[in-house]
Design a protein around this ligand. Structure first.
Ligand SMILES: NC(=O)c1ccc[n+]([C@@H]2O[C@H](COP(=O)([O-])OP(=O)(O)OC[C@H]3O[C@@H](n4cnc5c(N)ncnc54)[C@H](O)[C@@H]3O)[C@@H](O)[C@H]2O)c1
Length: 240
């Protein structure tokens, strides 16, 4: 894909399923990738698997000061950020009426405040340079809901609306802002959602039956989609 070689990309939650595959794909295309994750060991392991094109940064995206520090560290190492992939996410399943405010606050802190922190930090420089690509991994839950994931769905829906607005605001600065909404995909977050044992297996099979391709998404399914949106081939796509 055109225009990825030599670019600098940050991928949040890159120690996990989709984030690791997205980072690998961007590095293969010639990007230097900042592996941003709360889990230090997972971040290091992803960076090691990629090699010299990757650097690990332990950061909690719900902490704005920590985000600013990690972005500055990455930029000092490789130069200005060209591509941001807001991928980190978290949820704990429970019917809304059986959950409490402490849980809602944690879900909102990670899935809404987190990407706002990283986007606000990174987009300042992109705006000054007049170029950049921002891609957020939301969820199908943003469009159709997901039982047991009310507050998470609200955050993902919020990120879709936010990104459409930011796309309008930043188009004049030549910055593209897009969202990818995966359906159920085979990663640890889904395993937590589905649960284990016979019941878990039944839920898995039900999910597969409901997907037209009759299989769950795999992390590798998303690397190319994100690489395309981050490339020059997608220069005329924004607010999607
Ligand atoms: N797997 C699915 O079925 C599915 C479906 C739709 C959307 N998504 C979204 O895709 C994205 C990637 O999810 P995944 O399936 O790879 O999950 P995952 O659990 O495998 O990976 C998520 C990563 O985010 C990191 N993370 C969590 N909280 C963080 C924080 N506060 N700061 C920094 N890093 C943090 C975790 O340590 C983990 O490495 C998420 O935004 C998720 O909501 C996943």
């Amino acid at each position: 894909m055109k225009g990825l070689k030599g670019k600098n990309a940050i991928v949040t939650g890159a120690g996990g399923g989709l984030g690791t595959a997205i980072s690998q794909r961007l590095a293969e295309a010639g990007c230097s990738v900042g592996i941003f994750d709360l889990n230090a060991e997972a971040a290091r392991s992803t960076a090691r698997s990629i090699g010299e094109k990757a650097s690990a940064h332990t950061v909690d995206i719900s902490d704005l000061d920590a985000v600013k520090k990690a972005v500055a560290e990455f930029e000092e190492k490789v130069g200005p950020v060209d591509i941001l992939v807001n991928n980190a996410g978290w949820d704990k399943v429970g019917n809304f009426l059986e959950t409490d405010k402490a849980l809602w606050e944690k879900i909102v802190a990670i899935n809404l405040w987190g990407p706002l922190h990283v986007t606000h930090t990174v987009a300042q420089g992109m705006t000054a340079r007049g170029k950049g690509k921002i891609i957020t991994i939301a969820s199908d839950a943003a469009r159709v809901g997901s039982s047991g994931e009310g507050v998470y769905s609200a955050c993902k829906g919020g990120m879709v609306a936010f990104s459409k607005t930011l796309a309008r605001e930043l188009a004049r600065k030549n910055i593209n802002v897009n969202v990818v909404c995966p359906g159920p995909s085979d990663t640890p977050i889904l395993n937590d959602f589905v649960g284990e044992g016979e019941v878990g297996q039944k839920i898995y099979e039900g999910l597969k039956r409901a997907i037209p391709f009759k299989r769950l998404g795999q992390p590798e399914d998303f690397g190319g989609i994100v690489a395309f949106l981050a490339s020059d081939e997608a220069d005329y796509i924004t607010g999607r």
